[in-house]
Design a protein. Structure first.
Length: 274
């Protein structure tokens, strides 16, 4: 077993040229508490992420996936290892990162447009330019005509799309997503996988998404990071060599099946996945 992110699943071929690393994580470890009460969440994470790529992260429950994402977001600090974003150390929140959590967290007393505009108020952005961008984003996530509705008037999938638009309002370079589809039914989740792929391709952002679903990880990811049980280490990296845009019937492709089976084999002892 190795923690190097240079491993490739044998279902893929390596690219002849690679873009510069946008995210570089080296020797990252994270523990909570001190002394005998401490819990080691992450151990010696070492990986790179290319700019504009879509990376998915899977692993058993409690392996530190969300901890890793919060460190990338600057919401959680660390003292062992290095985390570089665009060659700059990550310590504290940054304006070039957007975050989508496990639920939409829309404010019920604000309209959808007002919710999307919230980052502009917090960051002190120009109001007229922010409103123009918000309307463009609502069009991109296919919520035209719903800007003056309230969250309770939208379905779960529509609320999630609104939260994605909000996370993109300040034009971050990277979008982090922490199991955003976990509360959706299976059919809505599949539609959202297609929608997220489209939004990612149109926006050109670097996306890191945590999921418990192996098929979702393979469908969305250019690269799948597989983490071990706690303390979480980077156990395997699968590069998914499937063309874009992907349709749902790609799940019948042998490349897809081989990658999903390889990931599932790593966790045959656990029942932590969908």
């Amino acid at each position: 077993m190795t923690n190097s992110a240079s491993i490739k699943a044998d279902t893929t071929s390596s690219a002849s040229t690679r873009a510069p690393d946008y995210i570089r994580i080296k020797g990252l470890s994270k523990a909570f508490g001190v002394g005998s009460d401490s819990v080691q969440a992450l151990h010696n994470i070492d990986c790179s992420i290319e700019q504009g790529s879509f990376v998915t992260v899977v692993g058993p429950s409690g392996c530190g996936k969300s901890t890793l994402l919060r460190i990338l977001a600057g919401l959680l600090d660390y003292n062992v290892g290095t985390v570089l974003l665009d060659r700059q150390p990550v310590h504290g929140t940054r304006r070039d990162i957007g975050m989508v959590f496990q639920n939409s967290i829309l404010l019920p007393w604000r309209t959808i447009l007002e919710n999307v505009l919230l980052p502009a108020e917090v960051l002190g952005l120009d109001a007229s330019k922010a409103r123009e961008r918000a309307m463009q984003l609502l069009h991109m996530v296919r919520l035209d005509g719903f800007e003056h509705k309230y969250p309770r008037q939208l379905s779960g999938g529509m609320q999630l799309r609104a939260s994605i638009a909000r996370a993109l309002l300040h034009d971050p370079k990277m979008l982090l997503m922490d199991e955003p589809f976990g509360a959706l039914d299976a059919m809505t989740r599949e539609r959202m996988n297609l929608e997220l792929q489209r939004i990612w391709m149109e926006s050109g952002k670097t996306v890191v998404l945590i999921t418990h679903s192996i098929p979702e990880a393979v469908f969305l990811g250019d690269v799948v990071f597989v983490m071990s049980p706690r303390p979480g280490t980077l156990e395997k990296v699968f590069h998914i060599d499937l063309p874009r845009p992907r349709r749902l019937d790609v799940m019948a492709d042998p490349v897809f099946s081989h990658a999903a089976a390889g990931i599932r084999e790593r966790f045959s002892h656990a029942a932590a996945f969908d």
